[in-house]
Write a protein that binds this ligand. Structure first.
Ligand SMILES: Nc1ncnc2c1ncn2[C@@H]1O[C@H](COP(=O)(O)OP(=O)(O)OP(=O)(O)O)[C@@H](O)[C@H]1O
Ligand SMILES: [Mg+2]
Length: 510
């Protein structure tokens, strides 16, 4: 007897329906799974066998063949445990129920508990698109699937519960989207705690408003890490499309906290400097999203930038530019979006005091050069705003005055983003930093004087063509914060000033 159950497979950002067919026939007892199953799928056999017995069912003593179709797509992960078990129960006539129009996904424990899996959101989206009406998912993943409208998402805790539902003895209620957004539960650190550092704060405001990349450079203890950690509190609200994409990636990576439906706050990822290139870009036999994709629509913070391996830094170059990372492995080529704001922090030399106004740097000139050269020119060129974070004066530190709160800054950032969202409607561009080269001239109109000023700066600073484009985008954001449609000389002057640090440190021999 043959039975047929539907499940889902995952490839990159998208899911596809998988037909799980089970055939029981006469012959020596065996259990084969065919249709390009990965290692975890092969192990399903043992979990299914044990779960079936422990839930009071007979494991069929026959020649069992399970086929996962389409047979040319690789199937990964333990999510086929549940459909496989149901297919076997139906094939052996131990379960009699209608499973047409239903999709099953879930890992099983040996006692029949249903465990969480990755990628429930894209799978639910795909199930809806392919005309399925119901999807049965692990209880801990139900909230993320429930976001999809027009599809019943049934949370399943264990097999007994599911069987009672399927046979009509009891009903599981479909999940409803949760209002908890996870990250907002804990209050974010606030910019009001940071004394002084007005220029750095202003630059971070610009960066947040336009989605630009930032480099913070300064001596130890001046507040670089402190400033960067407060960035999430001023990041603009996400649009619905951004929320869905970010949640999808977190769903694929299995990084959504239980009970959370949508990730509504922009991610802030701060990988340690020992991270591998694959950890940053993504990897695995069927590649999983890396840190850069998990930071999609948010911030990727690299603290102590020169300590990152050269290969880790280089792997970021292209994805930062394109907003997309393509990973090729034996299992296939996969692309994930990674439209991130890169924020990097570093000391100017090994001892940290090079260029310090009062303390002497003890590093040799060669040591300073070697340290700085760990950050490659091409990476530096992609950092739009270079910000010096000087040591804070004692008077500033000891004054009782509270600095401006993050809420006030965030209001300005949000206003600037609203202008951008209206400007880029229908173009697929999300923020100023993502303006494509062909649209740059349309979106960045300049006065005659601004153009002359930019020309002078371009020649004086020896900017690359890329840096020129990037400066123009920063000008656009500064003008947006100022409420101006045309870029004026004062906007250009400010934008250019954020590109001058590389001359102080990296090209000091000039
Ligand atoms: N501007 C500031 N206002 C208030 N406190 C500050 C300021 N700068 C630094 N601090 C205090 O100093 C601590 C260390 O700052 P932080 O870790 O940000 O330094 P850093 O610049 O990242 O140093 P390093 O280069 O060693 O990483 C902070 O946790 C905070 O308590
Ligand atoms: Mg630090």
């Amino acid at each position: 007897m043959v039975s047929q159950i539907y499940s889902m497979g995952l490839y990159g950002m998208d899911a596809f329906p998988v037909e799980v067919e089970a055939d029981l026939s006469q012959g020596l007892p065996s259990f084969e799974v065919v249709g390009l199953p990965g290692a975890a799928v092969k192990e399903s056999r043992d979990r299914v066998r044990a779960a079936m017995k422990n839930c009071g069912y007979e494991f069929p003593v026959s020649r069992i063949t399970v086929n996962l179709a389409p047979a040319d797509q690789k199937k990964e992960g333990p999510l086929y445990d549940l459909p496989l078990l149901i297919a076997l129960l139906k094939a052996s006539r131990q379960l009699d129920c209608d499973t047409d129009g239903s999709v099953f996904i879930g890992e099983l424990s040996l006692t029949g508990e249903v465990r969480s899996v990755r990628g429930v959101l894209p799978m639910a989206i795909s199930a809806k698109e392919h005309g399925f009406g119901r999807i049965f998912v692990p209880r801990s993943n139900a909230a993320e699937g429930a976001v999809v409208k027009g599809l019943d998402v049934f949370p399943v805790g264990n097999l007994q519960e599911l069987f009672r539902h399927l046979t009509g003895a009891e009903t599981i209620q479909p999940a409803v989207p949760s209002e908890v957004s996870g990250e907002t539960l804990a209050p974010l650190p606030d910019f009001a705690d940071v004394r002084g550092q007005f220029q750095a704060k202003r630059a971070l405001e610009i960066a947040a408003a336009g989605g630009h990349n930032v480099l913070l450079i300064g001596p130890p203890g001046s507040g670089k890490s402190m400033l960067a950690k407060r960035l999430p509190s001023i990041l603009p609200d996400m649009t619905f499309e951004e929320t869905m994409e970010t949640t999808k990636i977190h769903s694929i990576a299995g990084a959504i906290p239980p009970g959370v439906s949508l990730i509504r706050t922009r991610p802030f990822r701060a990988p340690h400097h020992t991270v591998s290139p694959a950890g940053l870009s993504g990897g695995g036999s069927i590649p999983h999203p890396g840190e850069i994709s998990l930071a999609h629509n948010g911030v990727l913070f690299l603290d102590e930038l020169p300590e990152f391996s050269r290969s880790a830094m280089e792997v970021l170059r292209q994805p930062i530019e394109n907003g997309q990372v393509t990973i090729s492995r034996a299992g296939g080529t996969v692309s994930y979006p990674c439209s991130v704001m890169l924020v990097a922090a570093m000391n100017p030399c090994p001892c940290g005091y090079f260029g310090h106004p009062t303390r002497r740097c003890v590093c040799s000139p060669q040591a300073v050069t070697r340290y700085l050269s760990r950050v490659s020119g091409p990476l530096l060129d992609r950092l739009d705003l270079h910000i010096e974070v000087p040591p804070v004066e004692f008077d500033e530190l000891s004054s009782g005055e509270k600095a401006e709160s993050s809420a006030a800054v965030r209001a300005r950032v949000n206003a600037a983003r609203t202008v951008q969202n209206a400007r880029f409607e229908g173009t697929g561009i999300t923020c100023n930093a993502r303006i494509t080269p062909d649209r740059l001239r349309d979106f960045c109109p300049m006065s005659e004087k601004s153009l002359t000023l930019l020309k002078t700066a371009f020649e004086r600073l020896g900017l690359s063509a890329r840096a020129y484009d990037r400066v123009l985008k920063v000008c656009r954001t500064i003008a947006d914060l100022d409420g101006c449609e045309t870029i004026e000389p004062r906007h250009v002057a400010e934008a250019v000033q954020y590109r001058s640090l590389d001359r102080k440190y990296w090209m000091k021999e000039l």
